[in-house]
Design a protein around this ligand. Structure first.
Ligand code: NAG
Ligand code: NAG
Length: 340
C-alpha cells in the first residue's frame, strides 16, 4: 500500500495545482486591444477563428480565449426563394433596402409595396427593396409566399426557422445576398416591416458626400454597465459597445462583404443590431457607428408629419403606413405636412 502523504505536502501540492489553473485561466481571458478602456466581459464577442488561430499561437493568445473550441459559423442555408437578377442591370444603384419580414406578414409587405417601397417610387430614387424571410414550415403559408414572390419578385427566403430569436440570421442573410447578388449598391439599408422609410430624404442626405467604411443609425446604447464591486464615482464603460437600432441602419456598400465574412467567424447573438453594427463592425474596423437622430431608436412617432423630415419611423402598422404616405405624397393637393 502507498504511503499516505503528509498533510503539509498535500496542501502544497493543492496550492500549486490551483495556482497553475489560475494562471492558465487568466492567460486565456479576452483582451481588448482597442479603446483603452477596460470593457466588461458581457459583450465581448467570441470569435471562432478556428484554422487561423491554430496557425498563429501568438494571435490565439491575444484574441478571445475559447476560439479554438468554437466551430466556424457558416451561413449555408438553402435559398428557398431567390431573386438573383434583381440588381443585374442596375450598375448605378444607390440604395438597396433589405426589409426583415416574417412569412405571415403579408399585409405589412403589401402596405410597404403600396407606399414607400413601391417599385416606381424607389426607381425614382435609384433604390431597390427586398424582403427577407425564413422558413415557417407551414405548407399553406409557403404556397402563398411563392405566389407573392411570383407576383412581386421582391422576396428572398432561406431555409432556417423563421423566429424572433433568428433575426440575426436574417440580417446575415441580407449581407450575404447583397455581397453576392448586389455588390454594386452604394448603400445598404436594413429595416423591418413595421418601419416607414422616407427614401427620398435619406437619399438626399446620402448623396451629399460619399461615405466609405461607414455605418449610421440611431445609437441606442447609452446606459452604463456597473459591476457590483465598482468604486463609487468611477466612470463605467457601456455594457455593449455602441450600436445602432435595428429598426433602420445604413451601411456603405464597401463594407457589406467584409461584414458578411466577419460573421462566418463570429458567434451569433440573438440581438441582430448589436451583432452587426457593434461586434462585426469592430472586426472590420468600422466601429463605432455614426449617430443620426433622423433614424428611429424605436420610440413612437407622435405626429405623422414628423416623418417628413426623418429617415425612419417605428411601429407603423399597415393602416398608418397608408395614412402617412398619403399625407407626405398627396394627390394634387398641398401636403398638410408642408403648409406652414
Ligand atoms: C510570436 O511572438 C514572438 C515574440 O514576439 C515572435 O518571436 C514569434 O516569431 C511569434 N510567433 C509567431 C508564430 O508569429
Ligand atoms: C434558428 O434556425 C436554426 C436553423 O433552422 C434552428 O436550428 C434554430 O432552432 C433556430 N433558432 C431559434 C431560436 O428559432
Amino acid at each position: 500500500m502507498p504511503r499516505k502523504p503528509r498533510l503539509p505536502a498535500l496542501l502544497a501540492y493543492l496550492f500549486l495545482v490551483s495556482l497553475g489553473l489560475l494562471l492558465y485561466v487568466s492567460g486565456r481571458e479576452p483582451h481588448e486591444e482597442s479603446e483603452g478602456v477596460a470593457q466588461p466581459q458581457s459583450w465581448v464577442p467570441e470569435a471562432a477563428e478556428g484554422a487561423k488561430a491554430k496557425e498563429d499561437p501568438n494571435k490565439s493568445v491575444k484574441k478571445r480565449g475559447r476560439n479554438k473550441e468554437l466551430p466556424a459559423n457558416p451561413h449555408d442555408y438553402h435559398m428557398m426563394i431567390n431573386k438573383a437578377n434583381l440588381c443585374t442591370n442596375d450598375q448605378k444603384l444607390w440604395l438597396l433596402v433589405v426589409v426583415s419580414s416574417s412569412v405571415p406578414n403579408f399585409l405589412r409587405r403589401r402596405a410597404i409595396r403600396d407606399t414607400w417601397g413601391g417599385a416606381a417610387a424607389l426607381a425614382a430614387s435609384n433604390a431597390k427593396m427586398v424582403f427577407l424571410l425564413a422558413n415557417s414550415y407551414d405548407a399553406n403559408l409557403q404556397k402563398q409566399v411563392v405566389e407573392e414572390s411570383r407576383t412581386y419578385g421582391d422576396i428572398l427566403q432561406e431555409d432556417f426557422v423563421d423566429s424572433y430569436m433568428n433575426l440575426t440570421l436574417k440580417s446575415v442573410m441580407g449581407l450575404k445576398w447583397t455581397s453576392i447578388y448586389c455588390p454594386q449598391a452604394q448603400y445598404f439599408l436594413k429595416t423591418d416591416d413595421d418601419i416607414f422609410v422616407n427614401v427620398p430624404v435619406l437619399l438626399t442626405y446620402l448623396q451629399e458626400s460619399a461615405k466609405t467604411r461607414w455605418i449610421t443609425g440611431c445609437i441606442k446604447q447609452k446606459k452604463a454597465f456597473r459591476p457590483v464591486n465598482a468604486v463609487p464615482g468611477m466612470p463605467m464603460p457601456p455594457a455593449h459597445p455602441p450600436f445602432v437600432a435595428g429598426a433602420g441602419y445604413v451601411i456603405s456598400g464597401d463594407l457589406i462583404k467584409e461584414l458578411y465574412e466577419a460573421s462566418l467567424v463570429t458567434r451569433p447573438i440573438p440581438v441582430e443590431d448589436v451583432y452587426i453594427t457593434a461586434h462585426l463592425a469592430r472586426k472590420v474596423n468600422a466601429h463605432p457607428p455614426i449617430h443620426d437622430a433622423r433614424f428611429t431608436c424605436g420610440e413612437r412617432v407622435t405626429d405623422d408629419c414628423d416623418l417628413a423630415q426623418g429617415f425612419t419611423g417605428h411601429h407603423i402598422g399597415p393602416e398608418r403606413m397608408y395614412r402617412v404616405w398619403e399625407k407626405l405624397n398627396p394627390n394634387g393637393i398641398t401636403s398638410p405636412c408642408f403648409d406652414f
